[in-house]
Design a protein around this ligand. Structure first.
Ligand code: 0A1
Ligand code: ZN
Length: 899
């Protein structure tokens, strides 16, 4: 399904485009394979014994068989024991090895060698520290052996690992260890067998000096599963939270979806060099250390939450991804959107559901909305790609999760469960499509979901505009909604979506009004879901006692932008009284957004504000009030309050304006923070005093919420220049007993000219000189500083001995944080931020195209920027594009950006 693309590309491009429309099933089945690895850092030899079986329903006479392969040195190749001859029997081609006269069936044995130490792209078999590990999703297995490397080819694997017992005392692969022993010359071996047929992308091997933390889980049918978390010895004490999260995930999936784990052992390995968060390899997850290791001194509340979510995510993949996998990579969201939705539901159940939902929506708006509005916009199920690694995106993952959530909203929890049950009943052990998932949801519930399919095929964030009318005479209230979706690359015109709008009505004093649509016999009390399916549609409610305030898109029931001209008074009522916590938060954010956009408007820009508009003052006062009295108000949630005080992010604000002036958005946001910090200094100081924890650190949602509110107060006070707070931040940055408080204080302090700023930063570095993950935070905190000298600091830090340009965590911590999190300085008008990023992309691309392609994203939306910046950004994209030997990963992104 690979063809050379001749259209719509700049002349220099030689990109090969893979298209969904060209899908063909595999010509061969490879039902089983035995692999033997002679593991060595510089030269690993891999022997593959592959059972080949031609699929006569697919194979066309005369066709050759391409086995994918990359960077492999072929040592020998036999078929049914007979050596094959190059030129006559096979040919080496850029993508692998072509068998010219492939047999109906037979055993193919290949031997190849690879150099893990030179593998800096971290795909295939590579070295991380002194261990060896693999990453095969999406197409890394072909860098280990010749193979039909596609997700719809499922095989049973038996793997023998042979290595030096001293260098690699632990040898792990998927499934169960069926044999191990010693060998002459200090070697030893282990044989692993995975009884579940799986695609190659779920294959994994790990070897190294590792120690395990072990535990057990008893499934609801009474089977015992061994749980093992493997780390460096020094890190073993930091696995407790990950283990607990794993056990919670296993229990949750049984309770909520009736899904039990299938093997007798579940292993997790933490590695320091990893391109992504973690990987769901069958029975042997490989994790970035960031999502495994935690203790109160080194991990923040956010880290604890991230670990819980990612551990759950990879565990849930065992059913949604592994037992039922993707037919092709266009279906990536089949497993990713669904699994993100599942991990979000899990986190909501383990913590505060409202707080989780708000966090998810903030993330979606900050990352996915811009992606959907920019040059790399693509549908949840893309139609074509050059490099599949470029499609592990917020659209596939997070918008994909929103799409799954909409089934849940439309069908209800029980209906969704019926759909899931049918999905597994139909497809366990298969490689399927997003359409198969949608069919299971529709069939299990006897509903027609054909229009819903457009959420998979059309890119762009739909806009829903709402007008309404109340008729005092007839006591009817009519909501009229129109939907549209902006053009995206290759999709100038969109068909209407099926959009679930969860809603309710409030009276002017904030009471819930019952809702009864025309034609309904009775009124409903709580939230209801309207189905917007036409371009323009009206919903009329009867028996409405007074002109209501509509509360729309409760819980963020669809990934859309909803517009209605709420009055300030209506927003204040919604923020104070809506029964839906998300809607309360959203109303407050709308108040803040209005002020920020007005302040940043280039047409009316004046000096930075020093006062607070009354709408914001009322909102802040109402948020703080429950925490400043004698006792904390009943039902008041500090975590929720902290989110209400967090101003909308600059990336999201940029989405809401036609032309982006990043410095203006930044200045407006800073000025508003400062004004809040000044005006409410007394209340904020009270909150700090009230929520200063004296007991031992607890990583619970409640305790984290108290810390979040306290540190938000600290941040606002420091922004307001409060000297007591600045002194407190300095103390807390030096001596707080937990990393959450320490880092929050350091983050506030690095924006200031505090005389001890440098000394505190240095001391922090010295305290954690041995802890790579804390050093990542140290780099990030400096990259995010609001001070004007930040780019100079970041550039200097590239030369710091603790920095390692080959380590993805470090690159993301320093370079990525600056270019995505420090928008004002990245977009400096002299172009220095852009030049810096282009230099880093080019340097990184020299050894890790996957990492480089992820870095380049902030340069892509140049067309949305003000005229001066457009040219500067474009010039840097051009410079990258012209770099000789550019990876196809970066080429694809840059060409789309320049198109
Ligand atoms: N499936 C993993 C994500 C992942 C994708 C690619 C990787 O290497 C290039 C690694 C991990 C997940 O969703 O967690
Ligand atoms: Zn995933």
């Amino acid at each position: 399904m690979t063809v050379a693309d001749s259209s719509a590309l700049p002349p220099a491009s030689t990109q090969t485009v893979t298209r969904l429309a060209d899908y063909r099933p595999p010509l061969y089945r490879l039902p089983s394979v035995s692999l033997t690895f002679w593991l060595d850092r510089q030269k690993t030899t891999v022997e593959a014994r592959i059972r080949l079986e031609r699929d006569e329903a697919v194979y066309r006479p005369g066709e050759s068989l391409l086995l994918h392969g990359g960077k492999l040195a072929l040592e020998s190749l036999t078929l049914e024991g007979e050596p094959l001859m190059e030129g006559r029997d096979y040919r080496l081609v850029p993508d692998g090895l072509e068998l010219l006269n492939p047999p109906v069936a037979g055993e193919l044995v290949s031997r190849v060698s690879i150099d893990p130490s030179a593998n800096l792209e971290l795909e295939g078999l590579y070295a991380s520290g002194d261990m060896l590990c693999t990453q095969c999703e999406a197409e890394g297995f072909r860098k280990i052996t010749y193979w039909l490397d596609r997700p719809d080819l499922l095989s049973v694997y038996t793997v023998k690992l042979i290595a030096s017992a001293a260098d690699y005392p632990v040898l792990l692969a998927n499934g169960n260890c069926i044999e191990h022993g010693t060998m002459p010359g200090g070697q030893h071996f282990a044989v692993w067998h995975d009884p579940f047929p799986k695609p190659a992308y779920l294959f994994a091997v790990v070897a190294g000096q590792l120690v395990k933390t072990a535990d057990r889980f008893t499934t609801r049918s009474g089977r015992t599963v061994d749980l093992e978390i493997w780390t460096r010895a020094a890190d073993a004490a930091k696995t407790g939270h990950a283990m607990m999260s794993l056990k919670h995930s296993m229990a949750w999936d049984e309770q909520v979806f009736g899904l039990e784990y299938d093997l007798d052992i579940y292993m997790i390995v933490a590695v320091g060099d990893f391109n992504m968060g973690a990987m769901e390899n069958k029975g042997l997850n490989v994790f970035n250390t960031k999502y495994v290791l935690a203790d109160p001194q080194t991990a923040t509340d956010l880290d604890y939450q991230g670990i819980e979510a990612v551990i759950a995510h990879e565990y849930f993949h065992n059913w949604t991804g592994n037992r039922v996998t993707c037919r092709d990579w266009f279906q990536l969201s089949l497993k990713e959107g669904l699994t993100v939705f599942r991990d979000q539901q899990f986190s909501a159940d383990m913590n505060s559901a409202a707080v989780q939902r708000i966090g998810n929506v903030r993330g979606l708006r900050a990352v996915q909305f811009p992606e959907d509005a920019g040059p790399t916009a693509h549908p949840v199920r893309p139609d074509s790609y050059v490099e599949i690694n470029n499609f592990y995106t917020a659209t596939v993952y997070n918008k994909g999760a929103e799409v799954v959530r909409m089934y849940h909203t439309l069908l209800g929890a029980d209906g969704f469960r019926r759909g899931m049950d049918l999905y597994f009943q139909r497809h366990d052990g298969q490689a399927v499509t997003c359409d198969d998932f949608r069919a299971a949801m529709a069939d299990a519930n006897g509903v027609d979901l054909s229009q819903f399919g457009r959420w998979y095929s059309q890119a762009g964030t739909p806009v829903v505009r709402v007008t309404d009318q109340y008729d005092t005479e007839t006591k009817t209230y009519t909501l009229t909604m129109t939907q549209s979706c902006p053009p995206t690359p290759g999709q100038p015109v969109k068909e209407p979506f099926l959009i679930p709008i969860a809603m309710g009505l409030l009276s002017a004093d904030g009471q819930t009004l019952p809702t009864q649509l025309t034609g309904e016999a009775t009124a409903q009390a709580g939230t209801r879901v309207l189905r917007l399916s036409d371009v323009r549609q009206s919903f009329t409610f009867v028996n409405v006692a007074e002109a209501p305030i509509p509360s729309l898109l409760r819980g963020f029931s669809a990934p859309v932008k909803l517009e209605r001209a709420w009055t300030d008074a209506e927003l204040a009522t919604l923020a104070a009284h809506d029964s839906d916590a998300f809607a309360r938060w959203e109303a407050g954010q709308t108040v803040l957004t209005r002020v920020l956009l007005a302040d940043a408007d280039p047409a009316s820009i004046g000096p930075a504000r020093t006062d607070l508009p009354e709408t914001v003052a009322n909102l802040v006062a109402a948020t703080l009030a429950p925490f400043t009295g004698e006792t904390v108000g009943a039902g008041a949630d500090p975590a929720f309050a902290a989110l209400c005080l967090a101003l909308p992010g600059e990336a999201y604000l940029a989405e809401l304006v036609p032309v982006v002036y990043p410095d203006r958005l930044h200045a407006a946001r800073n000025a508003l923070r400062t004004a809040i910090g000044r005006r409410y200094a007394d209340d904020l100081l009270k909150i700090i005093a009230r929520f200063t924890d004296t007991g031992p650190f607890q990583p619970t949602a409640e305790a984290a919420g108290r810390r979040a509110l306290r540190n938000t107060a600290l941040d606002l006070l420091v922004a307001g220049g409060n000297s007591a707070a600045i002194a407190l931040a300095a103390d807390q940055a030096k001596a707080a007993g937990n990393m959450t408080d320490r880092l929050a204080a350091l983050t506030a302090l690095v924006d200031t000219d505090h005389p001890e700023r440098s000394a505190i930063l240095e001391a922090f570095q010295a305290d954690f000189a041995e802890d790579a993950l804390v050093l990542d935070k140290w780099f990030t905190v400096q990259a995010l500083s609001r001070r004007a000298d930040t780019l100079a600091q970041v550039t200097a830090l590239l030369g710091h001995p603790a920095y390692d340009a080959k380590n993805p965590n470090k690159v993301r911590a320093l370079v990525g944080s600056f270019t995505t999190g420090n928008r004002a300085q990245f977009h400096a008008l002299d172009g220095s931020g852009y030049g810096f990023l282009a230099d880093q992309v080019i340097a990184t691309d020299g050894f890790n195209g996957k990492l480089a392609a992820r870095l380049v994203a902030p340069l892509a939306p140049w067309k949305k920027m003000d005229p001066a910046r457009q040219g500067l950004m474009r010039a840097e994209l051009d410079r990258i594009r012209k770099t000789p030997g550019l990876s196809k990963d970066v080429t694809e992104i840059v060409e789309k950006a320049l198109a």
